[in-house]
Design a protein around this ligand. Structure first.
Ligand SMILES: [Zn+2]
Length: 271
């Protein structure tokens, strides 16, 4: 599943190239998770002014309104002027004066949705409840600690919930908790100020690092038709059950938390 760094790397791979493009045609394939929400003809002739990201949504600012694009479980985006004919998993093609933007999505949990603005109820429904952006200045260590103090749930599902901070998925939550030395089952309210500060820093580091690494692999991705870039994440704990911890060599443990796999080192990560 594309996580925040993958979405950000996707954005970086085409945002500058599509800026200023005029929309000449839009081809909609099989139904995606949500309908487009406007007539295709309303998009024609509009310009793509900029591409932003909020959580795991790509926001394409148009002359009038915006398109919200989500990659769902299996989506990937490509942009170029020499894409092959749409295949059976290509469900959205936007032909512009600077190239074609394509959403490839075999499982069709992704979507492209039109909204008249960010205060449009359609956009509010998708973006309105998202927490603070982890790579922005709005995500500060003190505020993060304050929020944790009020929550009695375990820290890892709290991170995944997206209300404390947006876009920290299963992989990056596990990795950040390892870097911070915090057991995933620790009650959020029991995490001290210094430990919250370490976790805050770890979340930013692990995401920024993934974006930096993806930036190099995605250069090919944006030219290749419809193939998702893949993060070569050197995971410390994620998906390493039974393997030796890279720091202390104790076997990595795996548990289930809220239907999701959690990986941690019982030696390096304290309750
Ligand atoms: Zn360890």
């Amino acid at each position: 599943m594309p996580e925040l760094p993958e979405v950000e790397v996707t954005r970086l791979s085409f945002a500058e190239r599509i800026a200023g493009a005029r929309i000449d045609a839009v081809l909609v394939g099989k139904p995606l998770r949500w309908p487009l929400g406007c007539e295709v003809r309303n998009l024609l002739g509009q310009r793509v002014l900029a591409v932003r990201r909020r959580g795991k949504y790509l926001l394409l600012d148009l002359s009038e309104g915006l398109l919200l694009m989500h990659l769902g479980m299996s989506g990937s985006v490509s942009f170029g002027d020499t894409l092959p004919a749409a295949g059976k998993h290509d469900h959205f093609d936007m032909v512009t004066s600077l190239g074609t933007l394509r959403l490839h999505d075999p499982r069709r949990f992704g979507a492209v949705v039109y909204a008249s603005g960010e205060d449009d109820p359609v956009a509010q429904k998708l973006l309105g409840r998202l927490g603070v952006e982890p790579l922005s200045e709005a995500f500060d260590a003190l505020g993060f600690h304050q929020l944790l103090k009020g929550r009695k749930t375990a820290i890892k599902p709290l991170l995944l919930g997206g209300q404390a901070v947006v876009g920290v998925g299963n992989i990056y939550a596990s990795e950040a908790l390892f870097l911070a030395g915090i057991r995933p089952t620790t009650k959020a309210s029991l995490i001290s100020k210094p430990r919250a500060a370490r976790l805050h820093r770890a979340i930013q580091d692990v995401l920024a690092n993934a974006v930096a690494k993806g930036g190099s692999t995605l250069r090919d991705f944006s030219n290749a038709a419809g193939e998702a870039g893949h993060f070569q994440l050197e995971a410390m704990v994620y998906d390493r059950a039974g393997l030796p911890c890279r720091v202390c060599a104790a076997p990595i443990k795996s548990i289930r938390q809220g239907q999701r796999s959690t990986f941690y080192c019982a030696t390096c990560q304290k309750p």
